[in-house]
Design a protein. Structure first.
Length: 488
């Protein structure tokens, strides 16, 4: 017999009743623990609201005096749930009791977590830049690539022969396998073509990828304050475009003697883009130069898909048969004169040419196309080259330091081709070029002679020329707000 009453209680419960009450208490306490063990980390087991009668029974058993316990009927029914008071928030997806028990039995997670993505394999591409003196075999050896692959590539024909003529700055992109065997080689041939060599069961196969080049028209204007070069830079032109601009007007404007402050120029040119990215500057499409109140215009035109050249609006080529100055000089040290006193001989002696002072070794260009009739020593002239241009014109270049290789009697030269280098051989006080221009054997002043023009566009082709260049000339009119007659 066991007493469950309070202190001083004299009422003793029967032993069977005591055991029944303890079993009931253990069931009540074990139910929420089992629910938490099954549901923690996932959705708790389904619960049922506690009915008012159930609450009454629980309160009655735990809060009533001992004699009340004897009067209450024993509870028979489902185990009351206390988990509603501590139920965690519903964070997991809806899972049935059957699925939950199955997953727990199989030691699986209730929540379906995404599988981690595999890490990407490291790239097998390698980029190599060609240095001075490099060949394909040197590149393969330096980068520890297979000699057998180099040997196979070196024997290929077609566009792949470009690999035998590598230049400093060329870039090779190589794809290698796990054993560093070459799978693919890519090399840009030029701005629009890329060579691709791919391994196949029979060896390497080649193909050429052609890129489309987008041409965008640009324009700029400038005013000369000190020099064409500085004015061109201020206008945003590159050094190459400035030199191209000077070359276009070189036959009509002497940029060493004729330039004045306030002279102006307008340039319409194009920029080239590959795959939407800037590639490089293109060519000048049209240009205008205003000097000493005189306006000169030029437009780019290619006849019958031939090489492009620059023409006046009237169809006459800007390029004349002769260059005005055959060397880049620092100053004119002596002009054409029939009564000049010779600086060495100290007596009056006609100076039948123009002396251009320049640094020793400066290249000297042929003023026009022709044939070399003299290349060697000639008295006080020192080293001399004389070129015959047809039957009427002849040019002479004296005091050369040395001749360009291949310049000898009988050799044909083109306009602008280097024939020698500035020196001070013969009767000369310092390095310079003595240049003479002869017409039918008579000496004339190279600075004032009217240079013969190249052949103009044929009359029958003028309508096509004017239709092709009208848009460019209109663009110059628009930029300058004026219209220039095409009588040039």
């Amino acid at each position: 017999m066991l007493g469950l009453g309070g202190v001083g209680s004299d009422y003793i419960l029967p032993e069977r009743a005591v055991r029944r009450r303890w079993r009931w208490l253990m069931l009540v306490l074990a139910a929420p623990v089992a629910a938490l063990a099954l549901g923690l980390g996932s959705r708790p087991a389904p619960t049922r609201p506690i009915q008012t009668s159930e609450v009454f029974l629980i309160d009655q058993e735990f809060a009533s005096p001992a004699n009340a316990l004897l009067e209450a009927e024993p509870y028979v029914g489902p185990t009351p749930s206390l988990s509603a008071a501590i139920e965690p928030p519903d964070l997991a997806p809806e899972v049935s009791d059957e699925a939950l028990s199955g997953k727990v039995a199989n030691h699986e997670l209730v929540a379906d977590l995404p599988e981690p993505e595999p890490e990407p394999e490291p790239s097998r591409w390698r980029e190599i830049t060609v240095r001075s003196g490099d060949s394909l075999s040197i590149l393969f050896e330096r980068n520890q690539l297979r000699g057998a692959d180099w040997l196979a590539l070196s024997k290929m024909d077609g566009s792949a022969k470009r690999l035998r003529r590598l230049h400093p700055g060329d870039t090779l992109r190589l794809e290698l396998d796990e054993s560093d065997a070459l799978q693919t080689l890519q090399m840009r041939i030029d701005d629009t073509r890329t060579l691709v060599l791919s391994r196949s069961p029979s060896g390497f196969e080649q193909s050429v990828i052609h890129d489309e080049i987008e041409r965008r028209e640009e324009h700029t204007k400038g005013t000369i304050t000190s020099s064409l070069f500085l004015a061109g830079q201020d206008a945003g032109l590159s050094d190459r475009l400035i030199m191209e601009l000077a070359g276009i007007f070189a036959w009509d404007v002497d940029f060493a003697l004729d330039i004045r402050g306030g002279d102006q120029f307008t340039v319409v040119y194009e920029n080239l883009y590959r795959n939407g990215e800037f590639l490089k500057e293109g060519d000048i499409l049209a240009a205008e130069f205003v000097t000493s109140g005189r306006t000169v215009r030029a437009v780019r035109y290619a006849e019958n898909s031939g090489p492009a050249d620059y023409y006046s609006p009237a169809g006459r080529p800007m390029r004349k048969a002769f260059l005005r100055t055959p060397v880049e000089f620092t100053r004119i040290s002596s002009r054409f004169s029939l009564g000049r006193k010779h600086p060495i001989l100290n007596r009056i002696r006609a100076h039948k040419g123009v002396d251009y002072a320049a640094a020793r070794g400066t290249p000297i260009k042929a003023a026009g196309a022709g044939k070399v009739v003299h290349a060697g020593r000639k008295g006080g002239y020192g080293n001399v080259v004389i070129i015959q241009h047809g039957g009427k014109y002849q040019t002479l270049y004296a005091h050369l330091d040395q001749f360009r290789r291949g310049i000898r009697v009988g050799a044909s030269v083109t306009q602008g081709q280097t024939i020698g280098y500035v020196g001070s051989t013969g009767l000369a006080t310092g390095p310079h070029l003595h240049y003479e221009f002869r017409v039918n054997g008579a000496h004339v002043d190279p600075l004032s002679v009217t240079l013969p023009a190249a052949d103009p566009i044929a009359k029958g082709k003028l309508p096509t020329f004017k239709a092709s260049t009208a848009k460019l000339l209109a663009r110059l009119d628009e930029l300058n707000g004026t219209e220039v007659a095409d009588a040039q």
